[in-house]
Ligand binder design. Structure first.
Ligand code: COA
Length: 707
């Protein structure tokens, strides 16, 4: 339906709005929605619809939507679940563009068929659905509060998209208390049609929304979300709260909105890949949303911390590492700049310690020095309550310096102490000054600011495309299918690797001992021999593998031993031959995988082999499309990355070729719809310039109807 879909602008700025199920009874949801629309000052036409007719809040009530003569862009549906379908039919007849279905009782309780029926009908009739099971929409650009939440929304620059209606309703109040103004707030509920990606796409280009906050439980159209998020985060910060991190949490999400939470590690990595700023908690997200809209962009990465206490300075340095904030380390420059405010026992190393005796005037001078210095890109000023720390004077200085430089460079504060300090924090916050009682909170905000800065200041990376011989892969897959298999045999998987341009150990399949000897000589000793049989999956268990064979005699003995062992293991196994492989030189063992994720579609996985993946779960994921830069970031993200850089005098490994192998494996999955999973384990990585080798490759196929 894409081409003739109504513009999202009609949803956020409708020319007329109807409330189907506008109730005459105070307190009912249908009454409350109408009351909020009227109280919010919406300037367009409002039509309450209720078969009882009459008048409501000074408005004429229509018995049926089709009686309304002027256009209606949006209808809020607040009738019981069993009458929603007929209300949607009414909307379609009237030419309504968006129906916001507040009513619960659909897929979230297993009533999926009715929800599907409504969504399918709507799609056929060019009507878009928000929900069902939502709390409505607030849109500042139309002064429209079509929710049953609080009536007094603070207007501003933060747009919120939420999958949980209750969190959304509560956020209206909470944002107001926190002094955060909203440009829009919408809940997506069961996402039978419009989802978070559609809304984010619109809000990306809506200038009133300077920050978008998303609360997600599960992702619906993840492949599209990746694309839209990447674009959005280059224009404005997109803060994401994603619940369902834990197994329990994921189960709770599944029963809450009926969404599959997906693997959190995958979400985390893909969100990072797209530039989304993921918050640990609602409070952290709100801390960011409060100050991000007005924060100036830093000119660079050099942050200076000014402190009167060594302890909080050290804590801040720790927090900077955690949140990716770069402390300027030009000690000579710092010394020159700050010597005028620092006693001899102070420290010009960043954090700059102006010591516990620092007076408000010292702070004033230090702030002035830091803020006026062009080599310093952002300033964090810490105040620890000491015997003669004057919280009021500090607050006055902080406010003055903040006002003076607030459009020049980011300035944040953290104050730690008793009642007076807390009071100052409160007052400064009310004035919109980023001040926090905890240095970790302060630094997490700086981290968010810097993520946004990096998103905007780096070029959009170019997607890496590799050419693979898909026809050859299709032939291999067709062969496996003809044999009734849902997996490829080892030599078939190796063939797929070669079709993708990934080096594999030399390998031939022998059908008699003489062939085995001939192949061993062509490949060169030592060799490895393995049984080829679709009836024997675990070859080693069956005694179907022989390693390090050095001579003709050993090849002959191994050939016989493998046949004998496999017959003893499974007498009726069909043995298609014995594979003779090159015995590969040792290298660093890594795992490269690709699979179809329920949320994000084709994704790739990377980790170091053995315990690193199995025990330490030291793995990274990325979604497609992928640039070389993103692939290299993925490799660099794992904790065991230094092993690839070369430790204890070892040479650097061929990281570029690992990146190529990841992209190629991903491209195979992406281009060959019959394949569901690929795992190269191990991929041996040699020294820089010497490449990689895919030693063991497992490829699983999808059911033919899925492909
Ligand atoms: N067209 C127009 N009006 C209709 C109608 C129709 N087809 N069918 C019923 N109505 C009117 C009713 O007459 C009633 O008006 P009245 O109070 O003046 O008599 C009004 O619509 C509401 O109907 P009612 O049967 O009283 O339902 P209700 O108000 O008890 O409940 C919902 C309706 C939608 C609120 C309820 O079914 C529901 O889903 N509640 C949960 C909502 C929710 O939490 N959503 C998720 C938030 S995150």
């Amino acid at each position: 339906m894409k081409g003739n879909e109504p513009s999202m602008k009609c949803l956020f700025e409708p020319s007329g709005i109807a409330v189907i199920g506008a109730s005459h009874t105070r307190g009912k949801i249908g009454y409350r929605v109408l009351e909020n629309i009227v109280a919010g000052g919406y300037a367009g036409k409002v039509y309450p619809i209720n078969p009882r007719g009459g008048e409501l809040l000074g408005l004429q009530v229509y018995g049926d939507l089709v009686e309304v003569e002027t256009p209606v862009d949006v209808a809020v549906v607040v009738v019981p679940a069993n009458t929603v379908f007929s209300a949607v039919e009414e909307c379609a007849r009237k030419g309504v563009k968006f129906a916001i279905i507040i009513t619960s009782g659909f897929s979230e309780i297993g009533n999926t068929a009715e929800e599907r029926k409504i969504a399918d009908y709507a799609r056929e009739h060019g009507l878009r659905i928000i929900g069902p099971n939502v709390f409505g929409l607030y849109s500042a650009s139309a002064s429209l509060n079509a929710t049953f939440g609080p009536s007094d929304v603070k207007e501003g620059n933060v747009a919120i998209i939420t999958q949980s209606g209750a969190i959304g309703i509560a956020m209206i109040g909470k944002t107001k208390v926190e002094g955060i103004g909203l440009s829009a707030m919408i809940s997506v509920g069961n996402k039978s049609d419009v989802d978070e990606t559609d809304l984010l796409e619109y809000l990306t280009f809506q200038d009133d929304s300077k920050v978008v906050l998303m609360y997600l439980e599960g992702v619906k159209s993840g492949e599209r979300l990746v694309e839209v998020l990447k674009k959005a985060t280059r224009r404005k910060p997109v803060v994401v709260i994603k619940s369902g991190r834990s197994t329990r949490g994921a189960q709770a999400a599944a029963s809450h909105t009926g969404s599959l939470a997906g693997q959190d590690r995958v979400f985390d990595d893909v969100a990072r890949q797209c530039g989304a700023i993921r918050a640990e908690s609602i409070q952290e997200a709100l801390n960011w949303c409060k100050f991000l809209p007005d924060a100036p962009e830093p000119m660079g990465e050099d942050v200076v911390v000014i402190t009167n206490g060594g302890g909080i300075g050290v804590l801040t340095a720790d927090a900077c590492e955690k949140y990716g904030v770069n402390l300027s380390d030009d000690v000579a420059e710092l010394k020159k700049s700050f010597e005028c405010v620092m006693p001899s026992f102070g420290s010009a190393k960043n954090p700059v310690d102006i010591t516990g005796g620092a007076s408000p005037d010292d702070y004033d001078k230090a702030l002035d020095v830091a803020l006026a210095n062009d080599t310093i890109d952002a300033v964090a000023c810490l105040g620890c309550q000491t015997a003669d720390f004057d919280a009021n004077r500090f607050a006055a200085i902080a406010e003055r310096r903040y006002d003076q430089y607030k459009s020049v460079k980011p300035i944040v504060f953290s104050l730690f102490g008793g009642a007076e300090i807390e009071q100052s924090i409160h007052e400064l916050k009310l004035k919109g000054i980023p001040v926090f009682s905890d240095v970790y909170e302060m630094t997490s905000f700086l981290g968010a600011l810097y993520m946004d800065y990096r998103n905007k200041s780096t070029e959009a990376p170019e997607v890496e495309n590799v050419s693979i011989d898909t026809a050859a892969i299709d032939r291999v897959v067709a062969g496996a299918r003809a044999g009734g298999r849902h997996f490829l045999l080892a030599h078939e998987a190796q063939e797929v690797m070669r079709a993708a341009g990934i080096v594999t150990p030399q390998s031939r399949i022998a059908h008699n001992p003489n062939e085995a000897i001939r192949y061993a000589e062509e490949i060169g000793y030592p060799v490895v021999m393995k049984v080829v049989s679709s009836d024997i999956l675990h070859k080693s268990d069956a005694g179907g593998v022989a390693l390090d064979l050095e001579s003709e005699r050993e090849v002959l003995d191994a050939y016989e031993a493998i046949l004998r062992n496999c017959r003893a293991y499974k007498a009726d196994a069909v043995i298609e031959g014995i594979q003779v492989d090159e015995m590969v030189h040792p290298g660093v063992e890594v795992i490269v995988g690709a699979r179809r994720d329920g949320s994000f579609g084709p994704i790739v996985m990377f980790g170091l082999g053995g315990i690193y993946v199995e025990v330490l779960k030291d793995i990274a994921f990325r979604a497609f499309p992928l640039s070389r830069e993103e692939t290299l970031n993925m490799i660099g993200q794992i904790h065991s990355y230094p092993l690839l850089l070369g430790v204890r005098g070892e040479a650097r490994k061929d990281i570029d070729e690992v990146a190529s192998a990841i992209v190629k494996v991903g491209c195979v999955l992406r281009n060959c719809s019959a394949i569901s999973d690929i795992e190269v384990n191990p991929l041996l990585v040699y020294e820089h310039g010497e490449g990689v080798k895919a030693v063991d490759v497992r490829i699983l196929l999808r059911e033919p109807e899925e492909a």
